[in-house]
Design a protein around this ligand. Sequence first.
Ligand code: ADP
Ligand code: MG
Length: 239
Amino acid sequence: MSLLTLSGITKRFGGVVANQSISFGVAHGELVGIIGPNGAGKSTLFDVITGVTRADAGEVRLEERPLTGLRPDQVSRLGVGRTFQKLRPFQGMTVLENVTVGALQKCRDVNQARTEARVALEQVGLADKADAYARTLSTGQRKRLELARALATRPRLLLLDEVTGGVDQGSIPGLIRLVQDLHRAGMALVVIEHNMRVIMAIAQRIVALHLGAVIADGPPETVTRDRRVVEAYLGQAYT
Ligand code: ADP
Ligand code: MG
């Protein structure tokens, strides 16, 4: 049985079809990359999975449990963690406080949440910034904070939305290693990523979206050579 199953997910915003009958599964422990041009519907799909927005049609299941209609905190408690493409830390809170808020989605005890938060900060290499205010962090550090916030809920499925986006080149290998470590530890991940070097290094499988629909789904080598994927997204540069 798949860990995550998407069946016929459709989401419209007025006349825009952001997700068009999207169906695919994610196996336990699998690392799936999602690629596609801006506006393809990638972030919307994460919003649908995590209860941030409600699909017009289709179903999301975590193993046998339907997630449709659940609130984000309920989805989080069932073991789905997520980072946002648009970072929104509480600027006036410290790094530790921000991550503790994340951990509180899952556990109610503040002391335990703080402990989870410290573990997560250690995991992403941000422990030395625990007492710094979030507003003082660089983009790369804020990405790590966002990741720690998601990890502090101890997810078995983690959805990463452009975790290397806007990050300086020097920080990318560390982020790749971090994602690979989580994967090796048994976590399933779905990773939206524009950096093809990153996606080729980590993904076992790639799903390509264009205009809200899946145009390719398979091994990275196959998907990146797919004519529609090259035309819609990769251009000549990658062939
Ligand atoms: P991606 O993450 O692949 O760049 P998005 O999922 O953010 O794409 O957006 C898909 C489409 O849905 C775009 O046309 C975008 O403008 C539209 N869209 C996304 N969120 C909203 C919203 N809250 N209201 C209206 N339109 C939206
Ligand atoms: Mg997006």
